[in-house]
Write a protein that binds this ligand. Sequence first.
Ligand code: SF4
Length: 320
Amino acid sequence: MKVIKINPRGYCHGVVSSLNLVVQIAHDPETPKPIYILGQIVHNRHLSKALESLGVVTLDDASKTRLELLDTIHTGTIIFTAHGVSPEVKIKAAQKGLNTIDATCIDVTKTHVFIRDAVNNGYDIIYIGKKKHPEPEGAVGVAPHAVHLVETIDDIQALTLSNDKIMITNQTTMSLWDVSKLAQIIQTKFPTAQFHREICNATQVRQEAVATQAKQADLVIVVGDPKSNNSNRLAQVAIEHADVPAHRIENLAELDIAWLLDPAVQTIAVTAGASTPTLVTKEVIDFLEAFDPKNDTTWEKQMTLQLEKLLPRPRKKRSE
Ligand code: SF4
């Protein structure tokens, strides 16, 4: 089957840095044990499982906030994920005497600094992001009294603000188009509001690549975790801006052969979320390239992924 490998796709610099840091910490004999991650280090279940093999425990309970997750930890090391945490979480971890490691992506930190400075200068912040996602939780936590999370037009309509100094900003992994549209609606309601877009470069270039390169395909497959906002947004961009049907799958196991047997599907475009390991995507691409609708011996999905191969190798310490 003809496959368009959308480029760029997959890992971003923030995910690579976070993973390198966790692997380094896990291999350092001086790191206080046990080692916990406050949520998934990046949104990918395969990576969390692979980290378990290094003795790193992921605290993954979607019903709990980062602060609530922290209540369950009393000793050892706690790692803050690439999505960032609120200052309150950092203070609480320090008060508990935990060894803390901050794997927040620098692009998320940039947003936190922007919010803090704007609030200190008297602004209210309207933050466009996904409810119950850890990144907005951390960003709102920078100044809970002045940061207002909105996800939908209804949220904007329900918002009342008496402050004329308003800044609009956003979660780094939102759709470029959704954020612009919601910002316009906000500015219609609050004409003094200024828009400071914080979509990270990795998200922007991956979405733009899908919007242009996927147009030549009959179907788009996005390889990414169900919790990964940027992966879900890539599927949305394919449908809304390349006008091509799209499915997000976690791995090869979720690829439905019926999609490939549709006679209208001759060319498939593949992309991957910023937190999707390259080998997980490669397994999907290899399968699709070998797939022949007329030869059912090519339809069998052989999963050969080895979790331990998904993690970077620890850097060797220089000898004295
Ligand atoms: S998607 Fe963007 S914000 Fe998220 S980790 Fe990657 S570079 Fe950082």
